[in-house]
Design a binder for this molecule. Structure first.
Ligand SMILES: Nc1ncnc2c1ncn2[C@@H]1O[C@H](COP(=O)(O)OP(=O)(O)OP(=O)(O)O)[C@@H](O)[C@H]1O
Length: 430
């Protein structure tokens, strides 16, 4: 890799964590492992390959391979908006070393806007969209849309049994146009904690989460319904080794940032391990089910035993992972953008970011459309009625003699009638 001066940076790599958004193409990043890493005295070179969903190079605007903010938006931002319009929760987060371009990618500069303002500009035609903007600084949650003097300035994280973790008392603004959205974004960015580190003059010392919640009114099976989806846009703080020359504040910040990023790493590794275990069990199970009956039984039972030994995911060990619980391994389509520097001096950090991202790529999330519970039940009951009706019909056709099928037909008809009754009761209730 070229030896570029610090600060001239930046290449960034997008990694789709979620299998649902899986590969369109698979660009590779080649990384040279030299003697420093392996501890070899000689300079024999090894090359390690990392495969990601997208790979962008934005070091030199004159270069033919230069990736602009618009290109990144077209690939990633558009899929975020598409997911939200279908009713999924979507999370996009930037991870990487201090000064490697996380804030540039997520927020951008006045001349070159990043993903978050572009997403706000192109957002869904939806009458009701709600914004909130928070930061996690020293393991405490602060509302970035509240005046810094306004109390309380530290908020509590709580967990709802169905909706999951949330921040109590976080301000939520209803926004109707792009101007209002950008005003909120600018206010939040202005309130965010930054400080000078040896890598970067205005380093973000906190993790920032900008959320957009959409509520779409739809008509399903002639019933009015609502789909709620949430977009979380996360700009993580950069990792920074504790430098004894820093003042105590910087050291405390650094250790809290590292604590949450280490927990994020543990969570990602655990989820990746569980996802791999699950997919290998599934493939062995499907192979087994194609084989002989007796072998199937024994293999399946031993495999279901191994799925039970999934590792515990310590989401609550840091505020960051607790709040991102759904985005990591839960009900969300998640995209991770790993930002790296092409500078030789960032060699170790770059390798560790690439490894981190490669782990994250193995996670399998379980996104689902957030539809209205009543409408969902009615849809399921109607599907059940249709299924039972077709079974009834096929029984009638197969059994010409009514005496043979009377009993079973009777029970099917009863279930069909019961379900139709439930649907009408639900219809009256909505
Ligand atoms: N692709 C790029 N093109 C031009 N300038 C860039 C690019 N990426 C980053 N920069 C500039 O490099 C500097 C550092 O980038 P940025 O603030 O995004 O880093 P960061 O990873 O968010 O750092 P930290 O974790 O310390 O907050 C900024 O001045 C930013 O505008």
């Amino acid at each position: 890799m070229e030896n570029l001066p610090k600060g001239t940076l930046i290449a960034f790599i997008a990694v789709h964590v979620n299998v649902v958004l899986k590969l369109i193409h698979r660009p590779l990043v080649f990384f040279q492992l030299d003697g420093r890493l392996n501890g070899h005295a000689d300079s024999r070179e090894k090359v390690t390959e990392f495969g990601f969903d997208y790979c962008y190079w934005s070091v030199d605007p004159e270069s033919p391979k230069y990736a602009s903010q618009e290109e990144v938006f077209q690939d990633l931002g558009v899929s975020v908006l598409a997911g939200a319009s279908e009713g999924y929760n979507v999370c996009l987060f930037a991870y990487g070393q201090t000064g490697s371009g996380k804030t540039y990618t997520m927020m951008g500069t006045p001349d070159s806007t990043g993903l978050t303002p572009r997403i706000c500009q192109h957002e869904l035609c939806c009458p009701l969209s709600i914004r909130s903007f928070l930061e996690i600084y020293n393991e405490r949650v602060r509302d970035l849309l509240r005046c810094p003097e306004q109390k309380p300035n530290t908020l509590r994280v709580r967990e709802h049994p169905e909706k999951g973790p949330y921040v109590q008392g976080l301000l939520q603004y209803i926004v109707s146009d792009y101007k209002q959205a950008v005003k909120l974004l600018e206010m939040g960015i202005g309130n965010r904690m930054t400080a000078t580190t040896h890598m970067h003059d205005a380093s973000s010392r906190s993790h920032a989460i900008f959320s957009i919640q959409y509520t779409q009114a739809i008509l399903e099976n002639n019933l009015p319904s609502e789909i709620v989806s949430k977009i979380n846009l996360v700009d993580l703080a950069g990792s920074e080794r504790a430098d004894p020359n820093f003042c105590r504040d910087r050291i405390t910040e650094g250790s809290n940032i590292n604590k949450s990023l280490v927990t994020l790493g543990i969570v990602i590794s655990g989820l990746a391990q569980n996802s791999q275990m699950f997919s290998s069990c599934q493939s062995i199970n499907s192979m087994a089910s194609e084989g002989e009956g007796s072998t199937v039984g024994s293999q399946s039972s031993s495999l279901s035993g191994s799925t039970r030994r999934q590792c515990f995911i310590p989401y609550r060990d840091s505020v960051l992972t607790w709040l991102l619980k759904d985005s990591l391994g839960g009900n969300s389509r998640t995209i991770m953008i790993a930002t790296i520097s092409p500078s030789c001096s960032s060699y170790n950090e770059t390798l560790s970011t690439l490894r981190y991202a490669a782990h994250a790529r193995n996670i399998v999330n379980k996104p689902r459309v957030n539809e209205d519970a009543n409408v969902k039940l009615i849809r399921e009951l109607r599907e059940e009625i249709d299924r039972l009706k077709s079974m009834l019909l096929s029984f009638e056709m197969r059994n010409s003699s009514p005496s043979l099928s009377d009993d079973r037909d009777g029970s099917f008809s009863d279930i069909v009638l019961q379900n139709e009754l439930k649907v009408s009761v639900r219809n009256w209730g909505t």
